[in-house]
Design a protein. Sequence first.
Length: 593
Amino acid sequence: MSADNHQLQTLRTLIVKSQYESLSESEITQLNTLICSEKGALEAVALIDQLCALTDSGGLDSLPMAEVLSEAFGREATSGTVSRHGESVSPKNVPASLDDANAGLSRERAASSSQPNRWTKAYWWVGLAASHLLIASLAWSLAKPSSNNAPPADLAFDAWPPQLVSMTACVWRTSGDLVPTIGAPIRSGEILNLVEGIAEFRIGESTPGEALVRLEGPASVHIRNDGGLGFLDGSMTVKSLGIGSRNVTVETPIGTVLVDGQSSIGMVLSDAESEVHVFAGRVLVQPIPMAAAAPAIKLAEGEAVRISAKSEEGLTVVKFEASEANFASVRSPGFDPLYLGEEYVHAVLDSQPSVYWRFEGLTGEYPGFVENQGSAPGMHAVVIGNPGWRQYGDNRVAELGSSTSSAFRSLEPWPLKPLDEYTIEMWVKPLLFHHGEVICMHDLEALADGRYPHTMMLEATSHHYFTHRLTDSPPNRFRFVHRALGAAKPISATNLFAGSQYKAREWQHVVAQKKGNQQMLWIDGQLSAERDNPVPLNENVQILIGQVYPDSVYRRFVGQIDEVALYDRCLTPQELRTHIKAAGRSVAPKQAN
């Protein structure tokens, strides 16, 4: 890793650490030094925006960031306040250093501090970070409902009704006529069924029970008559914003969870088992009595409890250590940066790929294309829609799924002849558990109904509610499909699911391979699944990244990708591990299927 990348990694570590604990004097000094460099300022503001905006816009013009600007500088919050391309805004008020911010400088004092207009773009970002963002709990969205919208008179509670304030690409199963939309109140009695995605909503506004809730699909919650939550199943996190004891109440089939003010927790509920993880503050869990009275369970920061209900045994209670890693929504999209340099590029090129897309920049007229660095002529990747970009040090990656259409397709078909063996290698970072197309190869001609037959598919999957043939498949796995175009074989004869779940908001080295009769799926240098499949790869097919059809956003992938390489041979396990080590990553230990 270069010295610059090492410094940026240190900067990111210090910013994230500042959310959870006070920095030492030496760490504050180091943070001040790093953030005042040009690259450091760019890195800091990107990470801060990621941490503040669940919408994951990747720029400074997201709604949460616009509201931050309005609060910090007394201006109207508009989506165009700051351009993601970096046009500078000259603020009137900025603080002197991060030392004050880390010491808990109030917003009023931050607003009154002043500096001359000699502040450059980089130093303005330093000021913004110090004046507001590092004081806040950066992992939570700052979006708030408009004060111009009064709660409907027929609602059963006096406080602001629950409102959806931010979400990723979400799929909902609606109850009644409810289709959740950002800013619209959610009425009491409604059930929110989130199939895919992460949705954030606010409950109890202007009351001691105000909280921000992030629901991770698949999950369901019920809005009680008092505006509180009934958690039905799935995974969610709750951050209590009020002050006091037992402010927020969450009802579950296993009991009641009472959350103190200024506390944050994670909850997992499946069948007759519940988990409560306390990230900060305190929680009281009151299990529903079974055969005998069940005592209340007190949890402090860092503690977790698992409660199982079995009719013949009553309640089983197990305490263990809380884990934020179980909840994707507590991480920013910038979590786990991918630093790749010339050593990795040389390692891939030594393996002689036919297609190699790096996403470092676009060539040609709008919308542009990613140039192929492999041996196959003309195999550039054409931009579809509006993909985003994420910078990790000197390495840029593509971010897909945040817009209505964001994908890449090959300029020419590939391969020129059927292949008995091939390798598709790439780095993949899903931002949430969902069913999305990472990369596929389909026929050039569509069927009469508009669909395209596929010979190869690599997907991130979730719980399967809509695709009937996949309802019994394991959830949250990478899925590798290899089949002949137009073949009438059952789907079970072509499917290959990874042996373990993929990780949300973490980079994984994913390889789909075919060699003779063998179909293989590798994750982080380890063989995750394999099966017999004698069918060769069809020739002259379209390569598509990010969605299952070139003219539809159906099954779009939400996440980041990088370093896509296709080979007309089967790379050896040693070659794959050499590539991973050249990326500065360790090969994952063997995991049992």
